[in-house]
Each structure stands twice: as structure tokens, then as C-alpha cells.
Design a protein around this ligand. Structure first.
Ligand code: FAD
Length: 469
């Protein structure tokens, strides 16, 4: 188990000695009694996210803010008493980012749910507690589309998406969360609220501070509102499915595809991931294959056929192209279910490594080697077209030997990604799980700059301490 330790990052200010009763009384006075929760059972439900290998601490209170003013009041109380604040969306994070630390205030933005679509400007103004799927639905009602689509889109919040710069399945063609952010309202560590950016498509006035907050995982401020770009709805898509005799061949197909066309989606599942899904929801997936690629094109049947041809050229054993949306959705459903299905097999350390596209076959071959060497099951899924993979290091947490082997495999895969010129996290964020590897990726000079940015925005270290900065 990995435990967030607030002591090191916030040694410069976080006073863990504040009397919890005094802090809670101040919260009730200044935020309002119906926003503050101290019930132990409720607090327990807000201690952790979906990184099950992270051991959470015990918060002193939960604040369920409804408006920016309540966020400001909460942060002011926290700043006065030197109490850590852990911003929280819907707790679906996979790296421990919203995991509680001892004595913190968990600040949930789940009740901040304003949602206004301006179809003429192609923008939406959104509270952080709006669920990604709700924004998509509201945009769809105007014939518009909000593209960022993490597999968790039905259960995660826009605030969490912004704070992790979430990716997803259509990023390969349509980009990630930051590509849709025009403006943010943010509450700073001293309780002031500021607006960054605005509603214009082009804006180069000053430093682009809003982008600093996108992906900052609650360590620089609390996002209380966002102005997001929408697009016209995409045309209907064709779906391509291809199976491969080896994982590496599937990787080679990916490099072949993205060097010639820009698919709207290009996802990979290996045999173990397919088997985990089939176990939970039998749908006749081919379990004799080593890997399956699932691609989509919304640029016409011709492009879909070219994707199929690239798969054949890489040695696919089976290729099918369909324009039937139901067939496409069925396979997409299998891909979206992969993480929860593998989680039923054991505790999972979820990797989120990214490599340059030409290095994908090397990464996939090396991950197979890591699994064998550490005698650990590592089903692989990924947003293959982005070079972003989730090797799912799966183990029995009751077995100390298996736990140690899984931890070694987890570390080795991140080192591997770095050695291939990649990153330790493509979309889930650093959180607690990848904190130790971040410094290796950034190097000393960039780490120092990173610390100075944190210092500038949060000099007393009260915002999400114990995570990566
Ligand atoms: C089955 C499954 C599939 C997933 N698939 C994907 C995927 O395809 N792509 C992807 O990118 N992610 C994926 N995720 C991960 C997760 O859903 C995303 O990271 C999501 O963006 C987290 O949103 P949340 O509302 O649950 O945030 P939380 O988990 O509550 O918080 C995430 C981080 O954001 C911070 N935060 C939350 N709200 C705010 C705020 N208002 N202001 C400042 N900081 C804030 C928290 O402190 C924390 O550091 C998946 C998760 C699951 C369980």
C-alpha cells in the first residue's frame, strides 16, 4: 500500500496541530452547517479514489460546496488554521489524486452543477460538479459535441477532468481536455477567486495561466467554473475491428495506421483484458487472439478501409469493417468495461505510460517481458493511437510476495517508458502512485521550476499536500 504523506511537501506551512473541533466550528460558521459533514461513515466514503493500492488518511471534515463563495470560505478557514485541503470531484481518479490525508478538509465540488450551453458561441459554461456525460448530452441537444471522453465519462466530473487534463478514446483525432478550455474561474490558496482566460477562441494576453491549472491535480487552486469549447457533432463513424497473433504485431499496425490516416479512435486490448471482460459479460470475444484493435473513422468508409488494409499489412488474422453503429457500440462497450472487469481479478496498479508512436511495438514487447520476469499478470489496454497504454499490474494484495513483485513490475514499466522517450502518465495524472517517478522524468532543473510554481501559488502548502509536488 502507498500512503500519501503530507509532511514532506507541506513542511513549510501545513499546521497539522489545529484543533479539529475549532476548524469544524469555523467551517460551520463560515461555510454553512448544511455544507459541512463530520459523520464518520460519510467521511469514509470520501477518503479514497479508485487507486485501490493507495491507503487514504482520515479527514477531519467534508465540505460539499454549492457555489464559489463556499469554496472560498472553506479555503480561507483552511488557510487560517493551516489545514490541508483535498479538492475532490467524483473520486474516479486512478492515481490517488483525491485521496485524503490525515487531518484534511475534503472539498467536494460535486454539487456545483451549473451548465449553460451557448450554441451561437459554441461554448458551455460549466460548474466543476457536472458529469462529463451530462455536458455531452446538453451539447447534443443543440447538435453540438464536447469531445473529451474518458472511459469513465458517465461517472467522472468536469472538475476532475480539468484537474487531470483527462484524455480518453477520441483524443487521437480530437485532442484532450486542455484543447477545449477557453476560461477558468479558480479559487486560490488564500481564498481569492480569479478568472483566467475568457470566452474568445484566440487570446494571447499574458501568460496562459489557465493551462497551468489544467492538469495541476488540485495542487494550485480549486476550479469552480469552466468555459469550454464545443464542436459541431461529428458525422457517423465506421468501426474497424482487427485481431493479431501477437501484441507486437498489433503495435506495428498502430504505427502503420497513424502514419497514414487520422482515425477518430484507435484502441487496443490484449487477450487477458478480453478474457476479463468476457468473464463478466460474455459477448463472444475471440479469446484465441493475442490482441484486438478497435478503430473508428468518421471521415468516410474509404478511410475505414485503409485502416483495415494497414491491419492486414501488419499481419492481422481477422479484419472487419462495419457501418452498423450498434455493432461498433458493442465492441466499444467491451473496451470501456476493461478496467472494472480486470479489477475483479485482484488489486490493480494501473499504469498510464505514454511513448512516441514509433516506439509502441518496443513498449508492448517489453511489458510482456516484465510480466514474465515478475511472474505477475499484466493485462494491457490502451489508447493505442496516442501511444498511451494502461498495463494493468494485477496481484493478490494478501500475498506479500505477489505484492512486492507487482510493485517492482509497476516501477519497471514506468522506467521503461522513460527509456523510450515517453512519460509516466499520459492522462490519469501523477497523484500518489507516480510521485516518485515524476522527478526522474522532469530532471532536477524542471523539478526545481515546478516547486517554485507551487510555492508561488500555494506558499503554505495547504492545497492537496502529500501528492506529487
Ligand atoms: C473505469 C475507469 C475508466 C477511466 N478511463 C479514463 C480514461 O479513459 N481517460 C482518463 O483520462 N481518465 C480515465 N479514468 C480516470 C478518471 O475518471 C479521470 O482521471 C477523471 O478525470 C477524474 O474525475 P473525477 O471527477 O472522478 O475526479 P477525482 O478523482 O475526484 O479527482 C481527480 C483529481 O482532480 C482534483 N480535482 C477534482 N476536482 C477539482 C477541482 N474542482 N479543482 C481542482 N482540483 C480538482 C483532485 O484533487 C484529484 O487530484 C478512468 C477511471 C475509471 C474508474
Amino acid at each position: 500500500m502507498v500512503r500519501p504523506d503530507p509532511a514532506e511537501p507541506s513542511a513549510d506551512g501545513t499546521g497539522m496541530s489545529a484543533d479539529p473541533r475549532v476548524v469544524c466550528a469555523a467551517l460551520v460558521d463560515e461555510v454553512g452547517p448544511d455544507a459541512v459533514v463530520v459523520d464518520a461513515d460519510v467521511l469514509d466514503a470520501y477518503r479514497r479514489d479508485r487507486a485501490t493500492a493507495v491507503e487514504p488518511g482520515h479527514p477531519l471534515a467534508l465540505v460539499r460546496a454549492r457555489a464559489t463563495g463556499e469554496v472560498q470560505a472553506t479555503v480561507r478557514v483552511a488557510a487560517r488554521y493551516g489545514v490541508p485541503v483535498v479538492p475532490r470531484g467524483l473520486g474516479t481518479g486512478l492515481s490517488g489524486g483525491s485521496t485524503a490525508v490525515d487531518g484534511c478538509i475534503v472539498l467536494s465540488t460535486e454539487r456545483m452543477r451549473t451548465l449553460v450551453v451557448d450554441p451561437a458561441a459554441l461554448v458551455a459554461t460549466v460548474g466543476p460538479g457536472v458529469v462529463n456525460a451530462e455536458l455531452k448530452e446538453a451539447a447534443r441537444a443543440h447538435g453540438l459535441w464536447y469531445p473529451p471522453d474518458p472511459s469513465s465519462f458517465e461517472i467522472c466530473s468536469i472538475g476532475g477532468n480539468l484537474a487531470t487534463n483527462a484524455g480518453g478514446l477520441c483524443c487521437v483525432k480530437y485532442g484532450v481536455t486542455t484543447d477545449y478550455v477557453l476560461g477558468l474561474e479558480v479559487v486560490l490558496a488564500d481564498g481569492r477567486a480569479v478568472r483566467l482566460g475568457g470566452r474568445t477562441i484566440k487570446d494571447v494576453a499574458g501568460y496562459d495561466l489557465k493551462r497551468l491549472f489544467v492538469g495541476s491535480e488540485g495542487t494550485l487552486g480549486v476550479i469552480t467554473e469552466a468555459t469550454l469549447r464545443l464542436r459541431p457533432a461529428p458525422p457517423p463513424a465506421s468501426t474497424v475491428v482487427a485481431t493479431f497473433p501477437t501484441l507486437v504485431r498489433a503495435g506495428e499496425a498502430v504505427t502503420g495506421i497513424v502514419s497514414t490516416v487520422r482515425p477518430a479512435m484507435l484502441e487496443l486490448m490484449d487477450r487477458a483484458a478480453l478474457a476479463a471482460v468476457e468473464l463478466v459479460k460474455p459477448m463472444g470475444l475471440d479469446l484465441d487472439t493475442a490482441a484486438l484493435l478497435l478503430a473508428r473513422s468518421d471521415a468516410g468508409r474509404d478511410e475505414a478501409d485503409r485502416i483495415g488494409a494497414a491491419c492486414e499489412a501488419a499481419g492481422a488474422t481477422y479484419v472487419a469493417v462495419t457501418d452498423d453503429p450498434d455493432e461498433g457500440e458493442l465492441l466499444l462497450g467491451a473496451r470501456r468495461m476493461a478496467i472494472p472487469c480486470v479489477e475483479r481479478l485482484g488489486t490493480v496498479l494501473i499504469e498510464d505510460v505514454g511513448v512516441p508512436v514509433p516506439r509502441i511495438p518496443e513498449l508492448l514487447a517489453a511489458v510482456e517481458g516484465v510480466a514474465t520476469r515478475h511472474d505477475t499478470a499484466i493485462p494491457v489496454i490502451g489508447h493505442a493511437g496516442d501511444g498511451n497504454f494502461h498495463p494493468l499490474v494485477t496481484f493478490d494484495a494478501a500475498d506479500p510476495g505477489a505484492t512486492a513483485r507487482a510493485a517492482a513490475a509497476f516501477d519497471e514499466i514506468m522506467d521503461l517508458a522513460l527509456s523510450l522517450g515517453g512519460t509516466v502518465t499520459g492522462e490519469h495524472g501523477v497523484g500518489v502512485l507516480k510521485a516518485a517517478h515524476l522527478r526522474a522524468q522532469l530532471g532536477d532543473d524542471v523539478w526545481e521550476l515546478t516547486r517554485r510554481v507551487k510555492q508561488a501559488f500555494d506558499p503554505d502548502g495547504i492545497l492537496n499536500p502529500g501528492k506529487w509536488v
